[in-house]
Design a protein around this ligand. Structure first.
Ligand SMILES: [Zn+2]
Length: 174
């Protein structure tokens, strides 16, 4: 993708440039997760409404500095991945969302000074995600049980290491 198709509504703002650099690093990292299947080329990123990935390779994010961009980039890995078919057959496609969340966690840890929302949440749970949810006195426990716990499980299984996460992901798609 050329820079002209990346958040064009943001003009020459420094946040657009910063985001472009993060995007390029995230895209490079995401491509290293593609096995023997097709990557969906990302052709355009716009700042508009909610975070969403379209299967023609367009992405929308709510702001220039949205961490969701990392999550959405990973959908280009998953769209043709064997695991997505398995998840569909098993009616548990939310695991695909959790894999995107886990990738977002690793990108936040690498590219956002001080981390982002997923990084803070996952590191506050550290090695006791399940216990952390049980003991939570506030927040959205239903969301934590559905998305947080499975995302944490992938990160925990990876030992908080992106290279191990890639190995696990590729094994899931073998
Ligand atoms: Zn998603």
């Amino acid at each position: 993708m050329n820079f002209e198709h990346f958040m064009p509504s943001e003009g020459a703002s420094s946040r657009r440039l910063e985001s472009w650099q993060r995007f390029q690093e995230a895209e490079r990292a995401a491509k290293s997760f593609v096995g023997n299947w097709l990557w969906v080329e990302i052709i355009r990123v716009d700042v508009a409404g909610n975070a969403i990935w379209h299967d023609d390779g367009r992405i929308e994010v709510p702001s220039t500095n949205s961490d969701s961009l990392f999550h959405e980039v990973f959908h280009s890995v998953l769209h043709h991945a064997p695991f997505k078919r398995i998840a569909e057959q098993a009616a548990c496609t939310f695991y695909c969302e959790c894999l995107c969340n886990a990738f977002e966690y690793f990108m936040e840890a690498k590219l956002i000074p001080g981390g982002g929302s997923w990084m803070r949440r996952m590191e506050s749970w550290e090695r006791c995600g399940f216990q952390s949810i049980i003991e939570a006195k506030s927040g959205d426990r239903a969301w934590d049980f559905k998305y947080g716990l499975a995302t944490h499980t992938f990160i925990l299984a990876s030992g908080f290491d992106i290279d191990r996460f890639r190995k696990i992901f590729l094994a899931m798609n073998a």
